[in-house]
Design a protein around this ligand. Structure first.
Ligand SMILES: CC(=O)N[C@H]1[C@@H](OP(=O)(O)OP(=O)(O)OC[C@H]2O[C@@H](n3ccc(=O)[nH]c3=O)[C@H](O)[C@@H]2O)O[C@H](CO)[C@@H](O)[C@@H]1O[C@H](C)C(=O)N[C@@H](C)C(=O)N[C@H](CCC(=O)O)C(=O)O
Ligand SMILES: Nc1ncnc2c1ncn2[C@@H]1O[C@H](COP(=O)(O)OP(=O)(O)OP(=O)(O)O)[C@@H](O)[C@H]1O
Ligand SMILES: N[C@H](CCC[C@H](N)C(=O)O)C(=O)O
Ligand SMILES: [Mg+2]
Length: 487
């Protein structure tokens, strides 16, 4: 057992009541999980205020409380520590508790609206192929070298992060690539971690329910770079209009990448085809298996990161050409009837537009492009009409359906989407609330050479309706439907 004093190392403390030499068992931020001798951290969240559960935590055995406001009724024998920010305190405490594993790894955090999972996962693949032991913390899964664990968040809470980083150091992992979401930064989930580098992909419309304004969303992302140490690199996409802003105030080494602007790392698209991209990176040409302009950015960010971490140029190029696309990111199959079915995790206006433009740029003739898309419930509602407008404009047919409605009425979400459709495009659209039926309808409509895009859920293997998660897998269901139709 560690002492409270050890766990609080480097946490700025405002006031203490009681003894900080007390031995504590584990750190908890949810009173429902507290047991004997634990320390409870009271957090002001979006739904509840952890300060309201201090009493309950003590009744369950907590011997120490970390809070922003001292409670009026102090319990004898319990240590109370007042701090200004319990989110930040939790992050530093979690790192201390696990012996600061991030200091023993070379960690790179990837942030931005789109491309985080792709870049982090492919960096994991690339460094594995280069012969290293690698870790990954991502939306799709957590990997400790070859060992796979389930991911519940894009950026988990600090106790979970440090738990896995500790497993990584024990397994001899040298590099760790992690996604850093805007919720993660805002809730300080990554404070207390030592990064060797940070990567910015791009910034576009998402999460405006949580961050209120685009400026607030941008500033949250920027604060990740503001906190990087001098020893780290801050790699940014300066073709994005917020690329420079991100690194404005960082003390880390500023490095840029771009396809259009002058930058430290530059690439050019020589060919963009259905089976891959031919890129010119610096003076060298390389074929990669991923497609679309956005993936040229992802590839360049991966190339630059690998070089900044010390891999050799030609080795990186060789490994880039071997990388395989990530589950649910432009994952496709061609049915017996020669219909191409693409499953993609585009759940923001920008990513949906990119993926549809990519498909349109490689369409060869008059084949139909049928898009099946929905929008998540209990999330940014302003995305809905914009995504529907994009889907109906850039497809020959759009079927609006449910994504994860969560607590919302699925039909009301579809009505929100339909408000964005231009009158001229309306006749191209159809609403089918049940996602399975929507996929089935697309499969029935499609004829030889047509393309179906099923957007929004990518790798997800569930659908959440009224708080209940049921098995659901776009890729599998589309495959089954296509087989069924050809019996
Ligand atoms: C909106 C949001 O981000 N919520 C996250 C946040 O919860 P919260 O602090 O707001 O929770 P709360 O319910 O208000 O409770 C406040 C505090 O009281 C405590 N409590 C509550 C009840 C009780 O009886 N006892 C008790 O102690 C809670 O444990 C909590 O510490 O902190 C929790 C612990 O870290 C997260 O699990 C939780 O993620 C929820 C489930 C979630 O859905 N988050 C999504 C939006 C998210 O984080 N997404 C991003 C990706 C976004 C992207 O695509 O970029 C991610 O990184 O995954
Ligand atoms: N660099 C990029 N720019 C724009 N769109 C992209 C880029 N990379 C991927 N996309 C699109 O965004 C979708 C999601 O990609 P990815 O999962 O890599 O993003 P993410 O940032 O991890 O998303 P999340 O916030 O959900 O974790 C992809 O399916 C693709 O359509
Ligand atoms: N990380 C994203 C995932 C969205 C995926 C989409 N399928 C949905 O459920 O809305 C978010 O939390 O907004
Ligand atoms: Mg992700």
């Amino acid at each position: 057992m560690s002492t409270l004093k050890d766990i609080l190392y480097k946490v700025p403390i405002d006031a203490v009541t009681g003894n900080t030499s007390v031995a504590v068992n584990v750190i908890c931020f949810d009173s429902r999980n507290v047991s004997l001798n634990d320390v409870f951290v009271a957090i002001k969240g979006t739904e509840a205020d952890g300060h309201a559960y201090i009493k309950g935590a003590i009744e369950k055995g907590a011997v120490a409380i970390i809070c922003e406001e001292m409670p009026s009724d102090i319990v004898n024998g319990v240590t109370y520590v007042q701090v200004t920010d319990t989110h930040a305190a939790l992050a530093v405490m979690a790192a201390n508790y696990y012996g600061n594993p991030s200091a023993d790894l070379r960690m790179v955090g990837i942030t931005g609206t789109n491309g985080k999972t792709t870049i982090a996962t492919l960096l994991y693949q690339l460094f594995r192929k280069a012969g290293y032991k690698v870790g990954l913390i991502s939306t799709v899964k957590i990997l400790v070298d070859k060992e796979e664990y389930k991911a519940t968040h894009t950026t988990p809470d600090p106790l979970t992060i440090n738990y896995y980083l500790d497993l990584m150091t024990r397994a001899g992992v040298e590099y760790c690539f992690m996604e850093v979401s805007s919720h993660g930064i805002a809730q300080k989930r990554t404070e207390g971690l030592q990064f060797a580098g940070g990567v910015f992909t791009n910034l576009s419309h998402d999460h405006l329910d949580y961050h209120h304004t685009f400026a607030e969303y941008r500033d949250v992302k920027k604060s990740f770079f503001d906190h990087l140490p001098k020893t780290a690199f801050a790699l940014t996409n300066i073709d994005d209009k917020n690329g420079i802003v991100m690194i404005q105030n960082t003390v880390a080494k500023k490095i840029t990448y771009a396809l259009k602007s002058y930058a430290n790392y530059r690439a050019k698209i020589l060919e963009n085809q259905f089976n891959g991209l031919l890129l010119k990176i610096g003076e060298n040409e390389v074929w990669v298996k991923l497609i679309g302009r956005f993936n040229a950015y992802n590839m360049l960010a991966i190339y630059a990161t690998a070089e900044l971490l010390g891999l050799e140029e030609l080795e990186i190029l060789r490994l880039l050409s071997e990388l395989e696309s990530v589950k649910g990111r432009f994952q496709y199959f061609i049915s017996e009837r020669k219909v191409t079915v693409i499953v993609d995790y585009s759940h923001t206006p920008d990513s949906l537009k990119n993926v549809l433009e990519t498909i349109n740029s490689i369409r060869t003739g008059n084949e139909e492009l049928i898009t099946v898309v929905g929008c998540g419930g209990d999330r940014d509602k302003t995305k809905r009409p914009v995504m529907a407008a994009i889907a109906s404009e850039l497809s020959t047919r759009a079927i609006f359906t449910s994504d994860n409605p969560r607590s919302e009425d699925p039909e009301a979400i579809i009505r929100d989407m339909e408000k964005g459709v231009e009158p001229l495009n309306f006749k191209k659209t159809l609403a089918i609330t049940d996602r399975r039926q929507a996929i089935k309808a697309a499969c029935q409509m499609a004829e030889e050479n047509d393309i179906i895009l099923i957007a929004g859920k990518g790798h997800e293997t569930y659908q959440e309706i009224k708080g209940v998660r049921k098995d659901f897998d776009d890729f599998r269901i589309a495959g089954e439907m296509m087989k069924e139709l050809h019996k």
